[in-house]
Design a binder for this molecule. Structure first.
Ligand code: G6P
Length: 615
């Protein structure tokens, strides 16, 4: 969500922090700021809007910046207080000697603020973060030791935080602390780092130490000390990060989103790699320790997720019920948290998350864990907090996804659910072997079919141009492609800000049909040979009778389809059950090109963040 970078060492402090923030900018981008320790003073620069504005601000003031030896930087996604220079981080205490950046939400900030005001603290912003600065300064007045002051202060905080701070009187140390928000220390030579995500470090070091909740890190250029909340030093493992800097390059594409859409054939190959060695044999899903005994006692599966991952979960539910006959519930994480659930020790709870850091899903998973459910996490970030809660883990191996709108992680989640559903069916012996063999055979061909979609996008681009001025869309489908329709509509909303609704095709006549006229295009997903084809076609005819413009996404070879639909986007031949893997791709491209034609900020759409670490 917000991004944090702290740096001390031999390098160019401003350059290192700005590069780190650039690599985090996809996570939040309404304002940015930096605090530098320069000539034994703390100097703070902030700017509203994207990071480029902070870069310009630093350029304007470069004559007053001499040789900073350490600093902290932040990009913000506003929670408390609107995006403004005053509310941008870093925040300071009344004397201005301390600067702090923060990711998370301090729930008791109002009470703390009152107490601190009564002690004479002067507040400038509307943020919850500013209380942290005043609180630590208050503790520092007693302890004269920054580490101890942080330790005392964080004990008084309720909520979630990853904080990073510097103090004028403590030369060249940076202190970091975390609870329910990610933070790690990058280990260098003659330099060290603190960051909220590995992508900030990728260009400088591959060695990192992950902080646990309630741990405090104190770094200088050649020392790292990590203690628990009571000050007891912790022996921590240095992990080697898997990413290469090239993972953050656009590789010649105009946007990360287009690059990531085009990476999807290889992503599928990666996910399938080693899982289907021979279609005659069972899928190899060693990560999932679900044997016959566990399955015998399993009475249901619950899947918890948010956003795009929730749509993958819906497809997953369909597959596991269809293939293995197990009852599956899908719940938005934020809903699961606040209701009486039926989760118990005979429930398999699957958490799905690209980032592995989504606060709603983490809270929901913790709740399920406390009820002794078996926890399976499907994530693109095996190094994430969510992954650490897993009893079983399916890593997506999709590579870093930078564009805020999820694409390649969605397709990797879908493929993971196919593998999991087949795995369950094979353990339970619930499907004929020939059916499973055909399915695996077809799955292996999916990457080349997507390559054929990507090789000619002219029809999709023409559609995007034609429909980019429409203000409302309905996407309809039935069965397993209902998830595809919901995801297609979400993609359009996210990056073009056009109102798009995904709906079960059969439900159109029970309400939404009232909205239909020539201003409302209806996009439908029709897969011939599937059990829903004829019915969806009838629903399209009903829409046509109300003058709606009709767009078909179909693998139909039937010439007649051109007479019914205004526009037809063709899919390669595919079975209905596997069609979501192909159908999502033209829908991603349609959204992409519409947003492009409208001149929207495709990779960093307004108001969104890639990783939402607040509930
Ligand atoms: C944010 C992003 C969405 C994403 C959702 C869930 O809202 O903007 O693109 O689908 O979070 O994220 P996760 O990392 O848990 O999949």
């Amino acid at each position: 969500m917000c991004g944090i970078v702290g740096y001390t060492g031999k390098g160019d402090v401003i350059d290192v922090i700005l590069k780190g923030l650039t690599n985090l900018e996809y996570r939040g981008y309404d304002s940015a700021g930096i605090a530098l320790r320069d000539e034994n003073k703390i100097k703070i620069y902030k700017a509203l809007g994207k990071l480029i504005n902070l870069k310009n601000e630093l350029e304007t003031n470069k004559s007053e910046i001499k040789n900073p030896t350490s600093g902290i930087g932040h990009i913000r996604w506003a929670t408390h207080g609107n995006p403004s220079v005053i509310n941008a981080h870093p925040h300071t205490c009344t004397c201005g000697k301390l600067a702090v950046v923060h990711n998370g939400i301090i729930e008791n900030y109002k009470e703390l603020r009152e107490i601190l005001i009564s002690k004479g603290c002067k507040f400038k912003s509307q943020t919850d973060t500013e209380v942290i600065a005043h609180l630590i300064a208050d503790e520092y007045a007693n302890t004269k030791n920054l580490e101890a002051a942080v330790r005392n202060a964080v004990k008084k905080l309720q909520g979630a935080y990853a904080i990073c701070l510097i103090h004028e009187d403590e030369p060249d140390i940076i202190v970091g602390a975390r609870k329910h928000a990610p933070m790690l220390v990058g280990v260098g030579e003659g330099e060290n780092f603190i960051a909220s995500d590995t992508t900030a470090l990728i260009e400088y070091t591959k060695r990192a130490i992950y902080l646990e909740d309630n741990e405090i890190a104190v770094i200088s250029k050649d020392k790292i000390k990590i203690t628990d909340i009571e000050g007891i030093e912790q022996v921590k493992k240095i992990e080697v990060l898997p990413w290469e800097p090239v993972a953050l390059s656009k590789l010649g594409y105009k946007h990360y989103m287009l690059k990531e859409i085009n990476e999807q054939p290889d992503v599928i190959r990666n996910v399938l790699n080693g899982k289907i060695s021979d279609i005659q044999n069972p899928v190899i899903l060693n990560e999932v320790s679900l044997n016959k005994d566990i399955l015998k006692n399993l009475n249901k599966i619950q899947i918890i997720a948010c956003g795009t991952s929730l749509h993958a979960a819906m497809a997953g539910k369909f597959l596991m019920e269809e293939f293995a006959g197990i009852s599956v519930e899908v719940e938005a994480s934020s809903e699961y948290i606040y209701k009486r659930t039926t989760t118990d020790s005979s429930t398999l709870v699957i958490g799905v998350s690209q980032s592995g850091e989504t606060a709603d899903t983490i809270t929901a998973i913790k709740q399920a864990k406390s009820k002794n459910a078996h926890i399976l996490i499907i994530t693109n970030r095996p190094d994430s907090n969510m992954a650490r809660l897993a009893d079983s883990l399916i890593p997506l191996n999709a590579g870093i996804e930078v564009s805020v709108a999820a694409t390649k992680s969605y397709i990797a989640q879908l493929i993971s659910f196919y593998l999991l559903a087949i795995h369950l069916a094979e353990i339970k012996d619930s499907l004929p072997k020939s059916y499973l063999q055909n399915l695996k055979h077809e799955m292996i061909q999916l990457p080349s079919k997507i390559e054929s979609i990507l090789s000619d996008t002219s029809v999709i681009q023409a559609c995007a141009r034609k429909y980019s001025s429409y203000k409302n869309f309905i996407y309809i489908a039935r069965g397993i492609n209902l998830a595809t329709a919901l995801e297609g509509a979400l993609k359009l909303k996210e990056i073009s800000y056009i109102n798009a609704t995904g709906y079960p095709a059969g439900e159109l006549k029970h309400g939404p049909i009232a909205m239909l006229d020539e201003t409302m295009p209806v996009l439908s997903i029709l897969i011939p040979g599937g059990i829903t084809y004829e019915k969806v076609l009838s629903n399209c005819e009903e829409a046509k009778a109300r003058n709606a413009k009709l767009i078909a996404l179909t693998s139909s070879e039937d010439e007649n389809i051109n007479n019914i639909f205004d526009d037809v986007i063709k899919l390669p031949k595919v079975s209905e059950i596997l069609s979501p893997v192909l159908a999502c791709v033209p829908l991603q491209l349609l959204s992409y090109y519409i947003a492009e034609f409208l001149g929207k900020d495709v990779d960093q759409p307004r108001n969104l963040a890639k990783s939402v670490t607040v509930e």
